[in-house]
Design a protein around this ligand. Structure first.
Ligand SMILES: [Zn+2]
Length: 202
């Protein structure tokens, strides 16, 4: 990551604390799309250039993830997808890459309209991610896929179904933003999701 000045406020980056801006508090390491909420295109472009690979050395995993998240935030899902496909091969234990890859396959389409093959791949990736680390947003995405693809298309819902998944989701304050992002992105209005929406203060 190359940052001499904060991309948000322009303050010089504190050499003692390079992970976030000491002045405006913005976090430089981006691994969730919810972290870029409220950023305009020019600010996302500044973050994106911070993660761009340099010629002399290979990219660190945080930079590849940051770059992929920036691409997703501006709708470049196919670029994000190819970055993440390489990441899961190079860093097979990095759980968030699988979750982000699942999101990049869905892109800006409705889950209901994906092909069965795509849905199977999305589910496989989410299950690898939860196997590595049980983050609530991973479970939430699986519940959304079960509901919006199978239930809404009148298909048999594989186990565990969305009700079973939602009843087990545990959330801390730090997890709320990303779960909220998913509920908003996929336009979840079904009452069976209310329990999790309540936990996320939605
Ligand atoms: Zn700043």
């Amino acid at each position: 990551m190359k940052a001499n000045d904060c991309p948000k406020c322009g303050a010089p980056v504190d050499s003692q604390n390079t992970k976030k801006c000491s002045y405006c508090g913005v976090v430089f390491v981006v691994e969730k799309t919810s972290q870029l909420a409220g950023f305009d295109k020019s600010l996302i472009a500044k973050f994106k250039s911070m993660y761009a690979p340099s010629n002399d050395c290979g990219s660190a995993i945080e930079d590849v993830i940051g770059l992929a998240v920036c691409h997703m935030a501006i709708g470049n899902y196919s670029i994000a997808k190819s970055l993440l496909e390489r990441t899961v091969v190079d860093h097979p234990l990095y759980c968030r890459a699988y979750y982000l890859l699942a999101l990049s396959i869905i892109g800006n389409r409705k889950i209901k309209n994906l092909t069965l093959k795509e849905v199977k791949e999305v589910e496989r990736l989410i299950l690898v991610a939860v196997d590595l680390n049980e983050m609530p947003e991973y479970w939430m995405l699986l519940a959304i896929v079960r509901y919006q693809y199978y239930r809404c298309n009148g298909l048999r819902v594989p186990a565990p179904d969305e009700d079973h998944i939602l009843s087990g989701v545990k959330m801390s304050d730090d997890d709320r933003a990303e779960v909220t992002e998913l509920v908003t992105k996929f336009n979840i209005n079904d009452p069976r999701f209310n329990r999790v929406k309540k936990k996320a203060n939605l």
